[in-house]
Ligand binder design. Structure first.
Ligand code: MN
Length: 358
């Protein structure tokens, strides 16, 4: 297990590299350039600057997140080839600076989605990200974009980049008639185009599951269950076509057996990294993000870490979203305190499981 932390860069993160470095067991960051639009090439200069800073703080940057896939690629438009060429250029540039894993997703239009970014947890007065499908029905896509932007406390939110959301109505219209199979066809085309480059420069692509783990606003989604992952790995046989196993995203659907999914694809060598967090189900399609502790949510963290230990022990891990606690000011889900507690807890589970296995 290589323990890491998401870091948005000096200008846009409330957490410093020094703070990250001081969390026990931290080996590096999962890097992120929050100002890059989907389809833009990440230049060598930008990558060198970001990774240089990380390394100067004594941390590694072997995983980069959210190199977003342009909507034209997902829609399968003729213009996709140019965007795929840009994507390949970004892969090559990242590889030159030691990046080994790129996390991405293939969700049309919307990335992760919540209906409240700061829902108070009555038991202890902390707050966390919250979702209720009923609220979504009342709001509609444009309302949810406006509300999410307003609630972001001035921080950019990954997946909610303003330029992606600006043309929302047009984009939604263009997806009309797109089926899950159609989306998968576009996915296959994308993977077939980029896999040779990944193999050539030693970069593994890690697909992040849909969050929440079902289709929203009538848009198809194809990465949110054991069956979907079976189809995803079958889209391209290369081990460079891998999964970023996000327990909280998959866990939004109580029917997903996360430890079983980790075991299945870990044993196949298709899990290169994990986002680990816990969720508490409050009703059908209603949930909040809880602390990492198993008894605070509905996921069994011991079983998840054990499955990882048994099948993909070398994977990169990061504590995913945390609650906002101790009156911290920061980006919703990405404060320091609760994620640091999550990392410490995961380290403890790992040590116990590892020693017991010997
Ligand atoms: Mn995640």
């Amino acid at each position: 297990m290589k323990m890491t932390f998401r870091w948005f860069g000096q200008k846009s993160d409330s957490v410093s590299l020094k703070q990250i470095k001081q969390i026990p067991g931290m080996t590096g960051v999962m890097g992120f350039l929050d100002y890059k639009a989907a389809g833009e090439v990440w230049t060598e200069e930008e990558i060198r600057a970001y990774i240089g800073e990380v390394r100067a703080a004594g941390l590694e940057c072997e995983v980069i997140e959210s190199v977003n896939v342009h909507e034209d690629i997902k829609m399968g438009l003729p213009s996709r080839d140019a965007y795929i060429e840009s994507y390949k250029a970004t892969i090559r540039n990242l590889a030159k600076y030691g990046v080994k894993v790129i996390v991405y997703n293939f969700m049309p239009v919307f990335d992760w989605l919540r209906t409240d970014l700061a829902r108070v947890i009555p038991e202890d007065g902390s707050n966390s990200l919250y979702f209720d499908e009923k609220d979504l029905g009342d709001m509609g896509p444009l309302d949810i974009v406006r509300r999410t932007a307003e609630a972001s406390k001035g921080f950019s939110l990954p997946g909610w980049e303003p330029e992606r959301m600006a043309e929302l109505e047009t984009t939604l219209k263009r997806y009309e008639g797109m089926t899950a199979d159609g989306l998968r066809e576009s996915f296959k085309y994308f993977l077939e185009a980029i896999m040779p480059v990944c193999e050539e420069c030693g970069v593994v692509m890690a697909c992040h599951p849909d969050d929440p783990a079902w289709p929203i606003f009538g848009l198809p989604r194809v990465v949110h269950s054991m069956e979907d992952f079976e189809k995803l790995v079958a889209l391209h046989p290369s081990p460079n076509n891998s999964i970023c196993l996000c327990t909280g995203s998959l866990g939004s659907n109580p029917e997903n057996d996360i430890p079983a999914i980790v075991r299945r694809f870990g044993a196949m060598g298709r899990i290169s990294c994990l986002h680990i967090r816990n969720v508490k189900h409050l009703g059908p399609r209603v949930f909040r993000e809880s602390s990492h502790l198993s008894s605070d949510g509905d996921l069994d963290m011991y079983e998840i870490v054990k499955a990882m230990h048994d099948t993909c022990p070398g994977a990169y891990v990061r504590p995913d979203h945390g609650r906002t606690i101790w009156d911290e000011e920061g980006r919703p889900g990405y404060g320091l305190y609760d994620r640091a507690l999550g990392a410490a807890y995961l380290n403890g589970l790992w040590e116990a499981i590892d020693k017991a296995s010997k």
